[in-house]
Write a protein that binds this ligand. Structure first.
Ligand code: LRH
Ligand code: MN
Length: 426
């Protein structure tokens, strides 16, 4: 299924006049305050977020999974679905594949389909947290950290193979997330597990092409519930430094213990030039993989405030990889992803309105109240007309969820794919 610009223009007609009124008001208000509104719109239109190939079907938990009809059952249909998201939002211009869940059969056909949908291939993800059929070794007790050399070599070889697949697709980064750890005290020797992991990552790093990045993702727990080898940003940062200049830390928002100050982690990593990118989602308790901005929108804004400051002041940090990593237990996966894309754009737009110079001055003067007034002035600004403008300029929908429903996309996918298709992934 494809959505044409014409179909979107038809749907936009119903909300165009309201958009014009609200846009003109906010654009005039912000220009009077000295903001470069055109500059902000340009930054929003160029801000492309990669969609996870493993989050286009219904997710689930060990307690159950409730299917969503018309799910994609192969990589071609997954690309189509990301194409639908990109047509409506104009900010989902890339897909992040997970191997072996999404190994292309015909690379040229997949690349042609992707470019016909104006999609790029972002980071490729390795998977050494599940055993593959006919695999010689098991990852039950870990992969790159495993005390068995045979298991480590199998995991290293898998990551090298994922790099090969990524190169054929034009990807420029490998994301490594390890489930490795232990579930009971005494089960694992922490030092040898960490040393094995460092040495294994260095073997993989030797195969990272010069224009690529190795993104090392950390997580405090799950599926291991006592220790995780790469448990926090500090461990990932240490391993990235041990590997070399092409290795960076990847921040998954759901991979933090409650009340962790993630925006401070982001600013520290940017100062040290080691922030590689994000897996955006939201959570209330654990790695809940919920819709971005659905639980802690202010925290997301504070993270983007540090990102905007870092992107202006830290040339030592490379361009960042922007990706969503979510799982949809009860929402239509495509509507969930549209809401996430909107929340990311909204947090970024609000952060671009922070008067960084006045904030610096207030910080220097220890005028704590003024500091809060400055950042909350930006946070309290309704930036949605700016997001609409950015989409409209690219032929997108003013109201993507409304357009998705008006065009009966899910029904059409159900007609085309049937009730019982199931997407690979989580
Ligand atoms: C681990 C994780 C990782 C992916 C997986 C699908 O929790 O965030 O990024 O490999 O989810
Ligand atoms: Mn993740």
């Amino acid at each position: 299924m494809k959505i044409t610009e014409n179909q979107i223009a038809q749907v936009n007609k119903t909300s165009l006049s309201f958009h014009k009124t609200s846009y003109d008001y906010i654009a005039n208000t912000l220009s009077e305050k000295g903001h470069d509104v055109k500059g902000i719109i340009d930054k929003l239109t160029n801000f492309q977020v990669a969609i996870p190939s493993w989050a286009l079907g219904a997710g689930g938990t060990r307690f159950g999974r409730f299917s969503f009809y018309g799910e994609p059952s192969n990589l071609e249909q997954k690309l189509e679905d990301v194409g639908l998201l990109h047509a409506l939002t104009q900010t989902a211009g890339a897909i992040s594949l997970h191997i072996p869940w999404d190994v292309p059969e015909d690379y040229n056909a997949i690349k042609e389909l992707a470019s016909s949908l104006d999609l790029k291939f972002d980071a490729v993800n390795s998977n050494t947290f599940q055993d593959q059929k006919n695999a010689k070794e098991s990852y039950k007790y870990g992969s790159l950290s495993n005390s068995s050399q045979g298991v480590r070599e199998q995991a290293i070889a898998h990551n090298i193979n994922v790099i090969k697949i990524g190169k054929k697709l034009g990807s420029k980064a490998l994301t490594v997330w390890l489930a490795d750890g232990s579930t009971f005290p005494g089960q694992s020797n922490f030092q040898s597990a960490l040393s094995n992991t460092e040495n294994s990552l260095k073997e993989i790093y030797k195969n990272i092409p010069d224009d690529w990045k190795l993104l090392i993702e950390y997580k405090p727990y799950e599926p291991n519930f006592y220790s995780t080898v790469i448990q926090d940003w500090g461990t990932s940062f240490m391993l990235a430094n041990a590997c070399g200049d092409k290795a960076f830390t990847l921040v998954d928002l759901g991979h933090h213990l409650p009340n962790t100050n993630i925006e401070q982690i982001v600013s520290t990593l940017m100062l040290k030039g080691k922030l590689g990118g994000f897996h955006f989602n939201d959570s209330k308790y654990g790695d809940d993989d919920l819709t971005v901005g659905s639980i802690k929108p202010y925290a997301l804004f504070l993270i983007f405030n540090e990102l905007v400051y870092g992107m202006e002041n830290n040339p030592q940090n490379p361009d960042l990889a922007w990706m969503i990593d979510a799982s949809h237990n009860i929402k239509d996966p495509l509507e969930d992803l549209i809401q996430s894309l909107e929340a990311i754009q909204e947090a970024y737009a609000k952060a671009l309105l922070v008067d960084q110079n006045s904030l610096r001055t207030a910080q220097q003067e220890h005028d704590v109240v003024r500091c809060q007034e400055i950042i909350q002035e930006a946070y309290r600004t309704d930036v949605r007309p700016l997001l609409e403008k950015a989409r409209l300029e690219r032929g997108g929908a003013l109201q993507p969820i409304a357009a998705y429903r008006a065009l009966k996309v899910r029904n059409q996918l159900l007609k085309e794919r049937g009730k019982h298709t199931q997407a690979t992934g989580l």
